[in-house]
Design a protein. Structure first.
Length: 85
């Protein structure tokens, strides 16, 4: 039993240290990924506003835009739903 317990203790210590390192790394990764996503959205919005101003396209905030109903194409239910050879 003492022969095995040394290896188990070493594995448990390695696992604990790995978790100790992994959890802050995941938190930091999620934080910076969120910041990058926010930056991406802000840059996309700014570039859209710039293009709209350059080409004098009005903003959609104050405009009453009619909603157009779009019908999806119907699918025939004849034959198999998978490709045959």
């Amino acid at each position: 039993m003492s022969v095995v317990s040394g290896g188990i203790a070493e594995a448990l210590v390695s696992t604990a240290l790995g978790i100790f390192v992994a959890i802050p790394a995941v938190v930091a990764f999620n934080h910076f990924t969120g910041k990058m996503e926010t930056f991406h959205v802000e840059m996309n919005r700014a570039s859209s506003q710039l293009v709209n101003r350059l080409f004098k396209i009005p903003e959609l905030k104050g405009l009453d835009v009619e909603e157009v109903e779009v019908k999806a194409p119907t699918v025939k239910k004849e034959g198999p739903a998978y490709a045959t050879r």
